[in-house]
Design a protein around this ligand. Structure first.
Ligand SMILES: [Mn+2]
Length: 473
C-alpha cells in the first residue's frame, strides 16, 4: 500500500505500530487498526487481522472488503429498514450477540430508526442509508444483517412480503429449489414479481415488494394464504404446519417470518459459518442450477463485479396484497382454514388457534396442571392445510388465477450502475428519500386498514450471548 494513493473503499494500513509491547519482542505485531475510506467517510477498523472465518482464513478486514464489493446490493437490501445485527466479536466461530439497539459509540452520521416494544419502551436500531454505516457495523463485529420488512417512513406497514422456504429434516436445498419453482408459478399467475435468494443455509427466500398499506397482521395473513395455496398444489413437497412434529420431510413455508419483529438474513448478508456463506440473490433462470454452497464471501465479489445486483429492480414495482387477503377470506369461509399459530414469544393473537403442540393437546392432562386441552379449535378442523395430509384433500380446488396484482410504478429514478469502489450513498442522509410505494400515480387500492391492535412481541430484552438462534433453513 505504501506509495500508492489511497483508493476509495480501499483499506489503508495504519502507520508504524506504537503498541505497548516491550522493545525487543520478536513477535510480529498486527496493525491495531486500518482506516477504510467509504465514499467521503472514513471508518476505523480495529483488529483488522482477527480471524473471522476459519475455513479459508478470512479476517475481519476481509469481511469489510466483502461488503464493500457488494456495495449497492447490501445497501439496497437494508436501506432505511430497522436492522438487527448478529455480532461475533471473536469471529464466526465464536459467541453471537443479538443486537437490536445501535451499539454505543456510533459516529454521528450513522442513522437510526426508532421501534417500539410491547413494554412501551423504544429502541433505536441501525438504519442503513449508505455503505459506510454497513462498514461501521462490521467494525462493531457484525457478520449478519437482519432487517425488518418495513422501512423508516412507516415501520408498522411492511413493504416486503417474505416467502421463506425451510427444508425440514429429510429434505434439502434441491427440494427448496423445486418448491421455489411452484412459488414462482403462483406468483406469475397473480401477476407479481418474486425475487429469489439463497438463505445462506439450506433454504431459499423469495421477496415480493408490496405497497406499504397494511399492518403486520394482514401481511402475515396474506403470506399464510399464499403458502397454503402452494401447499395445496404440491402437498407431497410442502407443509405450512407450524408444529415440527407435523411437518414431516417437507419444505416448510414459514409464514411467521412476516410477523412483526421477525427478521431474516438480508440479501448479501453473510451467514456466520466458517466458510462464510452468503445469502445470494439469484435470478429465476439461475434457480434450477443454483447451488447454495457456490455463494460465499470468496466467490460473491467476482459474481457481483460481473453481474451487478441481480435484484437491482426490486424496488421498481410494488403490489397490492388484496388478492391474497381474498384468498385468506375464502380459505376461512369455504375451507374452515383460520389463522395459524404465532411464534412462542408472541402474545395470544385474535383469531389464533390454541398454541399448543398437537401431541401435548391430545394428552388427557397437561403436565402443567392446567385443564386438559381440546384437540382442535373450531377454526382449525382436522385436515386443514396445517397438517401433512390436509393439503391433498383440497388438491383439486386450487385458487383460480387472480386478475393480477395491481402494478404501481414507484416513481424511482432510473438506476445507474455503480462501481463498488466508488459507491455513493444510495439514499439521502437526512432520510428524505421518497418512501417506496406510489408517488404521483393515482392509486385506488382499497385494501384493509392497518390493524391498530397490532401486537408487539416481547423483544426488548438485552442482547443475549450465545443464545439459540431461531428458525432458518
Ligand atoms: Mn428460512
Amino acid at each position: 500500500m505504501i506509495g500508492r494513493p489511497p483508493t476509495p473503499g480501499a483499506p489503508r494500513r495504519a502507520g508504524p505500530v506504537a503498541s505497548g509491547r516491550r522493545a525487543g519482542s520478536v513477535r510480529p505485531v498486527a496493525a491495531p487498526h486500518v482506516d477504510v475510506e467509504v465514499g467521503d467517510r472514513t471508518v476505523r477498523v480495529t483488529n483488522p487481522d482477527r480471524l473471522y472465518f476459519s475455513a479459508r482464513g478470512e479476517t475481519k478486514l476481509d469481511l469489510v472488503r466483502y461488503y464493500i464489493s457488494v456495495a449497492d446490493g447490501i445497501v439496497r437490501a437494508l436501506r432505511e429498514r430497522p436492522c438487527m445485527l448478529h455480532r461475533f466479536p471473536d469471529g464466526a466461530d465464536g459467541e453471537k450477540i443479538y443486537q437490536k439497539r445501535l451499539p454505543a459509540g456510533a459516529p454521528p452520521w450513522v442513522q437510526t430508526v426508532q421501534v417500539r416494544f410491547p413494554s412501551g419502551r423504544t429502541a433505536n436500531e441501525l438504519c442503513v442509508t449508505e455503505l459506510a454505516s454497513v462498514v461501521w457495523a462490521v467494525q462493531m463485529s457484525t457478520v449478519e444483517f437482519h432487517p425488518w420488512h418495513s422501512r423508516r417512513a412507516d415501520t408498522e406497514r411492511p413493504d416486503e412480503l417474505r416467502i421463506d422456504l425451510d427444508p425440514q429434516p429429510g429434505t434439502g436445498f434441491e427440494d427448496a429449489r423445486r418448491v421455489a419453482g411452484m412459488v414462482h408459478e403462483v406468483l406469475t399467475e397473480i401477476g407479481a414479481a418474486g425475487w429469489p435468494k439463497t438463505s445462506g443455509n439450506r433454504g431459499l427466500h423469495i421477496y415480493v415488494r408490496i405497497l406499504p398499506q397494511w399492518g403486520f397482521v394482514q401481511v402475515r395473513r396474506a403470506a399464510l394464504a399464499f403458502a397454503r395455496e402452494v401447499e395445496r398444489r404440491i402437498p407431497d413437497q410442502v407443509t405450512t404446519a407450524w408444529w415440527k412434529e407435523e411437518r414431516g420431510a417437507h419444505v416448510f413455508l414459514d409464514y411467521n417470518q412476516n410477523a412483526r419483529d421477525r427478521t431474516i438474513r438480508s440479501a448479501y448478508s453473510v451467514r456466520a459459518a466458517p466458510w462464510g456463506p452468503v445469502s445470494a440473490p439469484i435470478t429465476w433462470a439461475e434457480l434450477p442450477g443454483a447451488q447454495t454452497e457456490d455463494f460465499t464471501i470468496a466467490t460473491m465479489p467476482a459474481r457481483f463485479a460481473e453481474l451487478g445486483d441481480v435484484h437491482a429492480g426490486i424496488d421498481d414495482v410494488a403490489w397490492s396484497i388484496e388478492p391474497l387477503l381474498e384468498w385468506a377470506e375464502r380459505d376461512e369461509r369455504d375451507r374452515g382454514l383460520g389463522d395459524a399459530p404465532y411464534p412462542p414469544n408472541f402474545p395470544k393473537m385474535e383469531g389464533e388457534p390454541m398454541r399448543v403442540q398437537p401431541s401435548r393437546a391430545r394428552r388427557p392432562t397437561g403436565g402443567d396442571g392446567r385443564a386438559p386441552a381440546v384437540s382442535s379449535p373450531p377454526t382449525r378442523p382436522r385436515g386443514e392445510a396445517g397438517s401433512r395430509c390436509g393439503g391433498s384433500r383440497n388438491r383439486a380446488t386450487t385458487n383460480p388465477p387472480a386478475p393480477g396484482w395491481r402494478r404501481v410504478p414507484t416513481g424511482r429514478p432510473p438506476r445507474s450502475p455503480q462501481s463498488p469502489t466508488t459507491a455513493r450513498p444510495t439514499a439521502h442522509r437526512d432520510g428524505s428519500r421518497p418512501r417506496p410505494g406510489p408517488t404521483g400515480m393515482p392509486v385506488t387500492v382499497s385494501g384493509g386498514p392497518h390493524n391498530p391492535a397490532s401486537y408487539e412481541p416481547r423483544a426488548d430484552r438485552p442482547p443475549r450471548r450465545g443464545a439459540v438462534t431461531g428458525c432458518d433453513g
